[in-house]
Design a protein around this ligand. Structure first.
Ligand SMILES: Nc1ncnc2c1ncn2[C@@H]1O[C@H](COP(=O)(O)OP(=O)(O)OP(=O)(O)O)[C@@H](O)[C@H]1O
Length: 288
């Protein structure tokens, strides 16, 4: 499977929600889509899911434009915070319905997940709590086994144990049935271990798209004597700084060679890794 965006723009009236988005997702991996409020995540995902057409540029899935293309859309599952307040069907009716248009849907797996999340099979979905409705979205997304599965902040309202079940089942099922999974989230520190690749979107543009290991290797926090830290970081991209009396701590983003690391340690500086959460905060902060 392959998902490709080329120079995608999306306008709401005169305002650009997406300015110039290009990327390629190839390979059955879990992709984390991170961005601050209003960055454009839902706008981008709703184009991928054919809910909208871009104002300009193209999105293709396996080389085909998904918009109003039934064959492609069968391959894409988009789960988001749907409003179920009118939904009088129960879980079982709902799952039977989905089976009709999801060719890879696994009914037994869906039933297993209903038990795992302890959902009432008879209650109308409109009477479910917000977290239960989110669990239902997770069940539909996982059991559909669509080659492109998109979860747009689908965990909203789910308590910590339920989110943990989601993450465990996601990893286990992805291991058995690999597909392209896109997770948009604000819960960066809680979900970072799930991602193979990360895309950060900021103000309608892609700030970065990297494999998680490459991305994390680019961040480092250098702490020590302020003058030494200044010397070491002066030619680097600095994304955060803290003064600690005569000491200083600077977070940088960029390649550090082995020689540079060695030199830093030899001069008494301390080098610490940076979490995805910190990188996300400082990189999007700086851009603003
Ligand atoms: N239906 C709409 N009409 C007009 N503007 C919209 C509409 N939907 C979104 N926008 C604007 O487009 C921009 C991107 O919004 P979008 O919902 O894609 O962001 P997001 O990254 O999903 O945000 P959040 O994390 O808060 O859900 C924002 O400036 C938002 O105000």
């Amino acid at each position: 499977m392959n998902v490709k965006a080329e120079k995608v723009q999306l306008k709401y009236g005169k305002d650009f929600a997406l300015k110039d988005i290009s990327f390629e997702l190839s390979g059955e991996k879990i992709y984390g889509l991170l961005g601050r409020n209003g960055a454009g995540k839902t706008s981008l995902l709703s184009i991928l899911a054919s809910f909208r057409e871009p104002s300009s540029g193209t999105i293709t899935i396996n080389g085909e434009i998904p918009f109003e293309n039934a064959k492609v859309m069968q391959q894409v599952a988009f789960l988001y915070n749907k409003d179920y307040k009118e939904e009088s069907d129960n879980v079982i009716d709902m799952l039977e319905d989905i089976q009709r248009y999801r060719p890879n849907f696994d009914k037994n797996y869906a039933e297993y997940l209903v038990d795992r999340f302890k959902l009432d099979r008879k209650k109308p979905i409109k009477k479910f709590s917000k977290g239960m409705q989110s669990s239902l979205n997770v069940i539909m997304g996982l059991a559909s086994r669509a080659p492109v599965t998109i979860f747009d902040e689908v965990y909203l309202g789910m308590d910590a144990p339920s989110r943990d079940i989601f993450y465990r089942e996601l990893l286990e099922d992805q291991g058995k049935h690999p597909r392209i999974i896109i997770l948009s989230t604000h819960l960066v520190s809680e979900m970072d271990y799930l991602f193979d690749e990360v895309m950060i979107i900021n103000q309608g543009t892609i700030l970065l798209h990297e494999e998680i290991d490459t991305l994390l290797a680019k961040g480092a926090t250098i702490t020590g004597n302020a003058d030494l830290v200044n010397d070491f970081t002066s030619n680097k991209k600095q994304i955060n700084m803290q003064e600690l009396g005569t000491a200083k701590s600077v977070t940088i983003y960029g390649e550090l060679s082995d020689d540079e690391r060695e030199a830093a340690l030899e001069s008494g500086l301390d080098l610490a890794p940076v979490s995805l959460h910190e990188l996300f905060i400082h990189l999007t902060e700086e851009e603003n």
